[in-house]
Design a protein around this ligand. Structure first.
Ligand SMILES: Cc1cc2nc3c(=O)[nH]c(=O)nc-3n(C[C@H](O)[C@H](O)[C@H](O)COP(=O)(O)O)c2cc1C
Length: 731
């Protein structure tokens, strides 16, 4: 077995694994257990894609180069390897891929790769509206320029559609606005599909993207197929004829250090990659229906991906001096009030545009004018979600507002999320923890140690009110940047008093998190939640645990701040007359229970009210930091149990307990599972199965409006239990 031979050599010569283990199995059991060599060759070097962690494919050769080689002569040889590690969503598992070619301008096309299935268990996909990966095609007199390739899930369909939409012989270059290992398969497929005469294809990307490309593609393939050109600030690319240029703007953030936008002044299209994206897939290619249709999707994406890096998001936005250019809204399918609303929105956005409102605090009008480089935008073309045409002003404006709000939140209290992640799994955990922290209205500052210096880590640890540290285990250890960050934390005398937490993804042994835990514990640090250990890619319930852990940590930070405030300025705790008056509003005592995948939660609810006859509809106010909140996003399903007078005590006692992140809420209570996954309490007098139609942000709560599609009265003799209160300042 050639492959085993080489791996054995590889392991014994370069990797120190566990004492007493001497075969390659100690290093790569998950891969090796699943390898089905079809034909092995010792002579040809050929690196195949192997998925080891989540949906991050890379070649065995790449693993070796990235982590272990340093002047090594050993090469892994295999002509074809197949793996089915079971964690990546492969092409075959995808039922509903749809490719749509959309004309954006006379010479610009978007290839929209759509899937209505929720493809991934990552926190930013929680709205369950599917996803789209947009690639763009610019036709010039001198040839065709492609912009970005989609996720591996779409690779086959993408190449087929590309080949039927354009003549591949005319492709002249490829622009990459962001590259992740998940796109390697599509890039490789593109390379395979291109005729020899266009090879090597010119690729334009930022320096970090070029590094990622080199780490993800075998050198021989990269050199033969692509010629990489690194974009520097203010670089542009001739689009052929009449001085038309594509202007590049580097917009790095810790999550996407390679982020790059491109602007075409002729079409006034701005290609923003991850910025202004949303995970949503419907029949529309543009943002028809505007804010009402996509506002929540844009905000959710922003909250998950950009809020934890608000400072860097602000810096990226400042590089984009955008002025929306307005066109009349589309009235198709709209009637009566909807037309008036669309008109009003148009007038409002035109006014905003006239005032040239800044998209970030620093990007003031004078600054923009000084720079003399306004980018007039007719449409924003992101990598995910609809092409933004009618809501440009609102979306740009909201990005500025959200960023300022988050920065303000950071001033009050901030938790540092410090991590490294080679293949994205630990990053996905970090993302979920961050969302849990911001749910509790505490600021987040995210720091990817791979792109930061020890000084930056030290500065953040000094400034923050609490921190989490996350690491993958690679070759039995934590990566060097995390080792360094841990050293900085341990040396910082003030850090010890701050609540903290540890998390990380691993494959089989997970030494990194154990070591971090052991070192922080022996130095006397206080943990706000139990260490999170995630095997490879997180499941929904793992993400829920992360989110709840983040909220727990944020609440610990808030408690510490409050204690300090009370110590310095003790306040009276007598309820105000407003609070007493509001406290006279009463509601029925209910239990809301929801399930999504393997994540489950429940809460006591008394801010419940009927809101509609047809269809039967309810509103329920859910505190923003409630664990169940992330399961009652639009489209989510839940059961509402109505409790009976005199029958509430055991239920209330159980649900008011303190729960550990991810712990079952029902304990010994008798329940049965409803068709929609929620729990029906045997002793409830009535239950209803509901679907969340929409939700409204209302102070420190979300008001959920849900329709009832099933229900039953279980006890028609007992009256509904009411929740009477003395003050409106508490439940
Ligand atoms: C080169 C390499 C070495 C690895 N070594 C270990 C190891 O020694 N122990 C372990 O538990 N997991 C190991 N893993 C598995 C990773 O920890 C796992 O894929 C994890 O999900 C990576 O997290 P990340 O996506 O945040 O980088 C290894 C993975 C790779 C690619």
């Amino acid at each position: 077995m050639a492959i085993l031979h080489h791996l054995t050599v590889f392991q014994t010569s370069h990797v120190h694994t566990h004492p007493g283990t001497n075969t390659c199995n100690a290093l790569f059991p998950p891969i090796l257990n699943r390898l089905q060599p079809r034909s092995l060759s010792t002579s040809s070097l050929c690196c195949q894609t192997v998925s080891i962690g989540g949906d991050h494919p890379f070649s065995v050769h790449t693993v070796y180069r990235r982590h272990f080689s340093r002047g090594s002569t050993i090469q892994l040889c295999c002509s074809t390897l197949q793996t089915d590690i079971g964690l990546s969503g492969g092409q075959s598992s995808l039922q509903d891929v749809e490719l749509r070619a959309v004309q954006l301008a006379e010479d610009i096309l978007s290839l929209r790769c759509c899937s209505r299935e929720r493809l991934k268990f990552e926190i930013e996909y929680s709205l369950k509206r599917g996803t789209t990966d947009n690639s763009y095609v610019i036709k010039t007199e001198e040839g065709i320029i492609l912009m970005d390739v989609p996720d591996q899930l779409f690779s086959r369909a993408y190449i087929q559609t590309l080949a039927s939409s354009i003549d591949l012989r005319n492709i002249k270059s490829l622009i990459i606005g962001h590259f992740s290992p998940k796109r390697t398969e599509s890039l490789t497929a593109l390379g395979d599909a291109l005729p020899n005469e266009v090879l090597p294809l010119k690729v334009y990307c930022s320096n970090p993207a070029a590094q990622q490309l080199r780490a993800s593609l075998p050198t021989s393939l990269l050199e033969k197929t692509f010629s990489v050109n690194i974009i520097r600030p203010r670089d542009s690319l001739e689009l052929g004829g009449a001085g038309r240029k594509l202007q590049f703007i580097l917009t790095p953030t810790p999550r996407w250090p390679d982020g790059m936008c491109s602007y075409d002044s002729a079409s006034q299209l701005l290609f923003t990659n991850k910025l202004f994206s949303a995970h949503v897939c419907d029949n529309n290619d543009f943002d028809a229906g505007g804010w009402d249709s996509y506002g929540q999707d844009w905000q959710f994406y922003y909250d998950c991906m950009l809020a934890p890096v608000a400072k860097q998001a602000e810096a990226a936005l400042e590089k984009l001096p955008l002025v929306p250019q307005f066109s009349k809204p589309s009235y198709s399918g709209k009637k009566g009030v909807e037309v008036i609303k669309a008109d009003l929105r148009y007038i409002f956005s035109s006014l905003l545009s006239e005032l040239n409102l800044p998209i970030s605090k620093a990007a003031t009008l004078s600054k923009i004018l000084e720079s003399g480089s306004l980018l007039v935008v007719s449409a924003v073309c992101p990598i995910h979600g609809p092409i933004v045409r009618s809501t440009v002003t609102e979306l740009l404006h909201k990005y500025g507002v959200w960023t300022q709000e988050k920065l303000k939140q950071n001033e009050a209290a901030v938790v540092a999320v410090i991590y490294a992640s080679a293949y994205g799994n630990t990053a996905a955990l970090a993302q979920a923890i961050s969302r849990g922290i911001s749910k509790a209205s505490v600021g987040v500052e995210s720091l990817n140690t791979e792109q930061s210096t020890s000084e930056e880590v030290g500065d953040l640890v000094q400034r923050c009110d609490g921190f989490v540290i996350g690491s993958p285990t690679l070759a039995g250890h934590m990566p060097t940047p995390i080792q360094n960050a841990l050293g900085v934390i341990l040396k910082n005398i003030d850090a010890k008093g701050k609540p903290c937490g540890i998390f990380g993804s691993f494959g089989w042994s997970g030494e990194a998190v154990d070591e971090i835990e052991q070192r922080l514990k022996s130095a006397g640090f206080t943990f706000a939640f139990s260490t999170i250990r995630c095997k490879f890619k997180p499941t929904e319930s793992m993400l829920q645990t992360c989110e709840e852990s983040g909220t727990d940590l944020a609440q610990a930070v808030k408690r510490a701040k409050l204690k300090e405030k009370k110590r310095t300025a003790p306040q009276s705790v007598v309820a105000s007359s407003v609070e007493q008056a509001v406290g006279r509003v009463v509601g029925s005592l209910c239990v809301l229970s929801a399930k999504s995948g393997d994540a489950e939660s429940a809460m006591l609810a008394s801010w419940v009210s009927q809101a509609s006859f047809v269809p039967p509809g309810l509103t329920i106010a859910v505190a923003k930091d409630r664990a169940v909140e992330s399961l009652v996003l639009p489209g989510g399903r839940f059961v509402l149990n109505v409790l009976g007078e005199g029958k509430t005590a055991p239920v209330v006692k159980q649900l008011l307990k303190a729960f550990k992140p991810g712990e079952s809420r029902f304990g010994e209570l008798q329940t049965i599972e409803a068709d929609n996954g929620g729990r029906i309490i045997a002793d409830a007098i009535a239950w209803m199965e509901c679907i969340v139609a929409t939700r409204l942000e209302a102070g420190d709560h979300w008001v959920i409006y849900a329709t009832v599609d099933n229900g039953q009265l279980q006890d028609n003799k007992t009256l509904t239990a009411m929740h009477y209160r003395k003050t409106g300042a508490r439940y």
